[in-house]
Every structure is written in structure tokens, then in C-alpha cells.
Write a protein that binds this ligand. Structure first.
Ligand code: B1M
Length: 216
């Protein structure tokens, strides 16, 4: 079902057609397609495809940028729908979310933040390229139970470890738990840097966050 629409969604990202991507996102809402299905079966397929081509040197930075912009715009249309799905009745906990220093990938991190909000977490999203001090400072300021760190580059994933080491140095764990994620992040990496957990996607991130605050 909706295979044709999903294909068009993927293609709109591959072509970097922001307006088309937005229209298709709106169409999926009208058709009653679950927003996360539209994202994962449609738009993500396109962004992964262009990412692979870029990795192989068969697509170039401007194409990656345009695909990223189109993806961001489509997800922004679907975000309110994702939030509506939340049947949160109680406050689950406070989360500070950020993409680590040196890394400007934001789409997956924002999606994780939206899903956490829908599940009842109070999310402070600091955005991208955030240094450890700022992330930890904000977590202390709002008395967060969880810090969520996203990294999409093999060169920036080490920054996740820096945040954890800094928290350890300050004696702030286990009071503040750390969850890590992003395309290059594996369970082995999470264990190696002594994170409290990782997940492959936004749905898993919500399950993990609930577990970390003891509200599974
Ligand atoms: Co970039 N980029 N990029 N990029 N980019 C990748 C990551 C890359 C794999 C592409 C490739 O070469 N195949 C590659 C990294 C290679 C590597 O490190 N091994 C790469 C590169 C090289 C670069 C630049 C260095 C390119 C250059 O300038 N030469 C540059 C880096 C700039 C910087 O950060 N300093 C760069 C720039 C960009 C754009 C700005 C053009 C754009 C980002 C736009 C934006 O975010 N506003 C972009 C994009 C779009 C991508 C790809 C194609 C797609 C990323 C994305 O949005 N995916 C990506 C290839 C790929 O990943 N397939 C690529 C969709 C999103 C929903 O998924 O972010 O994985 P994702 O998030 C998922 C999960 O990972 C997880 O849940 C999310 C939802 O399911 N998750 C978490 C994420 N964070 C989590 C946190 C959690 C838990 C789960 O807990 C806290």
C-alpha cells in the first residue's frame, strides 16, 4: 500500500525537490498515512540513496545539501503529526539533546527529539555543533535525567566519549544518563565509551529513554 507515494517521496529527496517533498508530506497526512511510515518508507530511502552515491563519489556536496534541505522540510511538515500521536499523560523526564561539536547533521536528532516529546519527555534541543561544556551546563541548569548525543560522522563520534568522560570527572553519573545515536554508532561503540545505551532509530530511542528513567 502507498508504494507509489513512497517512491515519489524518495525521488523528491534524491532530486533535492524541496517543494515536491513538502507537498508529498502533506498528501500523506491527507491520506492518513502514519507520519513515521512516510518518513522511514519514503523520505529516508531517498536520503540514504543519495548518501550512498555521495559516499561512492557519484554525487556531490550540492546534491547532498539539497537532499538534506528537502528532507528537513518534509520532516518539518510531519513533526506536528508525530507530536499529535503522543498520548503522553505524565511527564516522563527531562532530556537535553544535541548533535556533538563539529557535526551539523540535525535531521535524525530532531526526529528523535520530536518522538521523545510525543512520548512525554521534556526535551531541550540545543541543536547542532554543541561542545561538551554547553551540553553539560544545560543538563545541570534544567536538572535533566538524560543527555542524548547524536553524531553522524566517524570523525565526530569521539565527541560523545568526551561528554561522558567530562560527566564522570565531575561525578555527575549515574545521576545523568547518556544515550548516544547516529548512523555510525554501534552497540559496541556505546559500550566502549560507557554510554547508558544506544538505539538505531527514533522509536528505539524512546524505548531506551523510558528504560533509563525507569518508566518502561
Ligand atoms: Co552528511 N554525511 N556530510 N550531510 N550526510 C553522511 C553522514 C555520510 C555517511 C554520507 C556518505 O558519505 N555516505 C558521510 C559521513 C561519512 C563518515 O563519517 N564515515 C557524510 C559526510 C562526509 C558529510 C560532510 C563531511 C560532507 C562534506 O562536507 N564533504 C559534511 C559534514 C559537515 C559537518 O557535520 N561538519 C556533511 C554535510 C551534510 C549536509 C549538511 C549536506 C546534510 C545534513 C543536513 C541537515 O542535517 N540539516 C547531510 C546529509 C543529509 C547526510 C546523509 C545523506 C543523511 C543524514 C540524514 O539526515 N539521515 C548521510 C548519509 C546517511 O546517513 N545515509 C550523510 C536521515 C535521518 C532520519 O537519519 O540521521 O541516521 P539519521 O538518524 C536516525 C538514526 O541514526 C537515529 O535515529 C534517527 C531517526 O531514525 N539517531 C539517534 C540519530 N541520532 C540519534 C540519537 C539518539 C538515538 C538515535 O540518542 C540520543
Amino acid at each position: 500500500m502507498h508504494e507509489e507515494l513512497y517512491k515519489q517521496m524518495a525521488q523528491s529527496i534524491i532530486d533535492g525537490e524541496k517543494e515536491t517533498a513538502v507537498e508529498l508530506a502533506q498528501k500523506s497526512i491527507e491520506l492518513g498515512i502514519p507520519p513515521l511510515d512516510a518518513i522511514t518508507n519514503g523520505f529516508v530511502v531517498g536520503v540514504n540513496y543519495i548518501g550512498d552515491l555521495f559516499g561512492k563519489g557519484e554525487a556531490f556536496l550540492p546534491e547532498l545539501v539539497m537532499a538534506g534541505e528537502a528532507m528537513k522540510a518534509a520532516v518539518a511538515v510531519l513533526e506536528p503529526e508525530l507530536l499529535k500521536l503522543g498520548e503522553a499523560r505524565e511527564m516522563m523526564g527531562r532530556v537535553v539533546l544535541a548533535t556533538v561539536e563539529g557535526d551539523i547533521h540535525e535531521i535524525g536528532k530532531t526526529l528523535v527529539g520530536t518522538m521523545l516529546s510525543a512520548a512525554g519527555f521534556e526535551v531541550t534541543d540545543l541543536g547542532v555543533d554543541q561542545p561538551a561544556e554547553k551540553i553539560i551546563g544545560k543538563a545541570l541548569e534544567i536538572d535533566a535525567q538524560i543527555i542524548g548525543l547524536s553524531a553522524l560522522l566517524t570523525t565526530t563520534m569521539v565527541r560523545q566519549r568526551e561528554v561522558i568522560e567530562e560527566l564522570d570527572k565531575e561525578g555527575l553519573r549515574p545521576r545523568i544518563k547518556v544515550m548516544v545515536g547516529g548512523a555510525p554508532i554501534t552497540r559496541e561503540w556505546a559500550e566502549k565509551i560507557k554510554a547508558d545505551g544506544t538505539s538505531e532509530d527514533a522509536v528505539g530511542a524512546v524505548q531506551l529513554a523510558k528504560k533509563l528513567v525507569g518508566k518502561e
